[in-house]
Design a binder for this molecule. Structure first.
Ligand SMILES: Nc1ncnc2c1ncn2[C@@H]1O[C@H](COP(=O)(O)OP(=O)(O)O)[C@@H](O)[C@H]1O
Ligand SMILES: O=P(O)(O)O[C@H]1O[C@H](CO)[C@@H](O[C@H]2O[C@H](CO)[C@@H](O)[C@H](O)[C@H]2O)[C@H](O)[C@H]1O
Length: 441
C-alpha cells in the first residue's frame, strides 16, 4: 500500500489528459477539498496537484472518490489503495463525485446517471442524458490555470444574451489555491462547468470529411458557418471589451508571430528555409489596416463546431490554443485569428484525405477545389453577416493564416508527425509568389 500521491503518479501518467507525455509525474498536493456526498461509504476528495516534472510546473485538477470497498463494476476505474486502506477511484467515473459536482453547481436532477464522453479529449466530459430530463454535459478541466477560463466566461456571456450559437451554459465551479509563483497569493481558477448537451449534433470535422470523400459540395454549410462565426463575434463584441488596435498592439502581435516562428523553426527543421519568406509576410501585415480587437474563440477549427439537426451551427471549446498561456488567451484578440483558423481547417480536410489515401491514384483523386469552394463560401457568409470586408484585410488574414499554419506545424510535429506535411504545404503556398501577387499592394 502507498500514499495517495504514489497511487496517482502511475495512474496519471497513463491518462489521455496528462500533458507531460513520456515523463513521470512528480506530484505535490496543493489543496484538497472534501465535498459532501449522500453515499455513506464514499468520500469525495477534490485535489489540485502541482506536477514538478514540468518546467514551469503544471497544475492538475484531480477529483477522486475514496471508498472502503470496491462497488460492482467500478474495478476499471480503481486508481489504487492508499495507506489508510481506502480504495481510490477516478471521480469522473464515480456517481458520488458526479452527483456532488452537479450539486456544487446548484443543478438538480432526479436521475443522476452519467457516462464519460468517449472521444479523444484534453479534459474529461461527463454526460447526463438519461431519465428523460434535458441532457447536459459537465466538463472537468484537467490542467488548471490561475485566472478565468474563457471556456466558461465566453459561452456564459453569450448564453446570458440569448445566443443559441453556443450550448446553453448552466453553471461552473471555481477552485482556490495558494500560488507561490504569483507572490504567494490565493489564486482562483475554473475547475468545471456544465452546459446543454447537444444530442442531435454532428461534429463539423466528421461532416466535412464525409462531404469531401463523397465529392459533395459543402459550400452552403461553409457559408452558414461563416455567418454563425460572424454572429458569435458580434455577440462577444457586445458582451465583452473591444478596442481599436493601437500601434503597440500591432507591434505585439507581430512580435508574437516572430517568437512563435523562432520556436517552431527549432522544433520543425523543414520550416527553416522558409523563415525569411514567412517573416516578410508578417512584416507586411504591420502596415495593413487592422480591424477592432475583441474576445474571440481562439482555436477555431472544424472539430470545434457542431451542426444541429436543424442545420444550425454551434461553437464549443472556447479554451483557446492549449499551447498559449492563459493570460494571453484572456485578452482581446483579432477576429481574423478565428477566420484564419477555419480557413486552415477546410484546407486540412483535403490534406487529411490525401494523407490517408491508400495509393497515388487515390491521392490524385482528392479535389483541392473542395477546400477552395468552402473557403470562399465561408468568407462570403462572414462578410455578408458582419459587414466587414475581409478581402480588404487580405494581407493581414494571410499573416494570421500563416501564423496558424506555423502553430499547426509545431502541433503536428509534437503530436501527429505523419500529419506535418499538411501545414507545411500551407506555409509553402502562403509564402509563394502566386499568393503574394494576389495580395493588395
Ligand atoms: N455541449 C456539447 N454538446 C454536445 N457535444 C459536445 C458539447 N461540447 C463538446 N462536445 C463534443 O465533445 C468534444 C470534446 O469537447 P471539447 O470541449 O473540445 O473538449 P476538450 O477541450 O477536452 O478537447 C467536442 O469536439 C464535441 O464533439
Ligand atoms: O481541439 P484542440 O483544442 O485540442 O486543438 C488542437 O488539436 C487539433 C487537432 O485535434 C488541432 O487542429 C488541427 O487539426 C484539425 C484536424 O484534426 C484541423 O481541423 C485544424 O484546422 C488543425 O488546426 C489544433 O490546431 C490544436 O490546437
Amino acid at each position: 500500500m502507498s500514499s495517495s500521491l504514489e497511487c496517482l503518479t502511475d495512474w496519471m501518467s497513463r491518462q489521455r489528459w496528462y500533458a507531460g507525455k513520456g515523463r513521470v509525474p512528480n506530484l505535490l498536493e496543493v489543496t484538497r477539498e472534501e465535498w459532501p456526498t449522500e453515499e455513506p461509504d464514499a468520500r469525495v476528495v477534490v485535489l489540485i496537484l502541482r506536477d514538478l516534472a514540468n518546467n514551469p510546473p503544471s497544475l492538475y485538477h484531480v477529483p477522486l472518490v475514496a471508498r472502503r470497498t470496491i462497488p460492482k463494476g467500478a474495478g476499471p476505474h480503481l486508481i489504487g489503495r492508499n495507506s489508510d486502506d481506502d480504495y481510490l477511484f477516478d471521480g469522473a467515473h464515480d456517481p458520488a463525485y458526479t452527483s456532488a459536482l452537479l450539486k456544487r453547481m446548484h443543478i438538480h436532477r432526479s436521475d443522476r446517471r452519467a457516462r464519460v464522453h468517449g472521444g479523444e479529449q484534453s479534459n474529461t466530459s461527463v454526460i447526463f442524458d438519461e431519465g428523460g430530463e434535458a441532457p447536459l454535459v459537465a466538463k472537468v478541466f484537467r490542467l488548471v490555470h490561475t485566472g478565468e477560463n474563457p471556456d466558461v466566461t465566453l459561452p456564459s456571456a453569450l448564453t446570458s444574451r440569448g445566443y443559441r450559437q453556443v450550448p446553453r451554459m448552466l453553471g461552473s465551479v471555481t477552485g482556490y489555491w495558494n500560488d507561490p509563483y504569483h507572490g504567494d497569493r490565493t489564486a482562483m481558477g475554473h475547475l468545471a462547468f456544465a452546459q446543454e448537451f447537444v444530442t442531435d449534433a454532428t461534429d463539423g470535422w466528421e461532416l466535412a470529411l464525409a462531404s469531401a470523400a463523397a465529392n459533395e459540395d459543402f459550400s452552403a454549410e461553409a457559408e452558414r458557418l461563416g455567418r454563425t462565426t460572424a454572429e458569435v463575434h458580434t455577440g462577444l463584441a457586445q458582451a465583452m471589451p473591444t478596442r481599436d488596435a493601437t500601434l503597440g498592439d500591432i507591434v505585439g502581435f507581430v512580435a508574437n508571430w516572430h517568437h512563435r516562428l523562432s520556436v517552431a523553426t527549432s522544433d520543425v527543421p523543414a520550416l527553416r528555409a522558409l523563415r525569411p519568406a514567412i517573416e516578410a509576410v508578417y512584416d507586411a501585415a504591420q502596415d495593413a489596416p487592422w480591424p477592432q480587437l475583441q474576445r474571440i474563440h481562439g482555436d477555431f477549427h472544424l472539430g470545434q463546431v457542431l451542426r444541429r439537426s436543424t442545420g444550425e451551427w454551434v461553437l464549443v471549446d472556447f479554451e483557446g490554443e492549449p499551447l498559449r498561456p492563459l493570460d494571453e488567451r484572456n485578452r482581446v484578440d483579432s477576429p481574423l485569428r478565428d477566420v484564419a483558423g477555419m480557413l486552415r481547417s477546410f484546407d486540412y480536410v483535403v490534406g487529411a484525405r490525401r494523407n490517408t489515401a491508400a495509393d497515388a491514384a487515390a491521392r490524385d483523386a482528392v479535389d483541392p477545389e473542395w477546400a477552395h469552394r468552402c473557403r470562399r463560401a465561408f468568407l462570403d457568409g462572414y462578410i455578408a453577416q458582419s459587414g466587414t470586408d475581409l478581402r480588404a484585410h487580405r494581407a493581414l488574414l494571410d499573416a494570421f493564416e500563416l501564423d496558424k499554419a506555423v502553430y499547426e506545424a509545431m502541433y503536428e510535429a509534437r503530436n501527429r508527425p505523419t500529419w506535418l506535411p499538411i501545414p507545411l504545404a500551407a506555409v509553402e503556398h502562403l509564402v509563394s509568389s502566386d499568393r503574394a501577387s494576389a495580395r493588395p499592394a
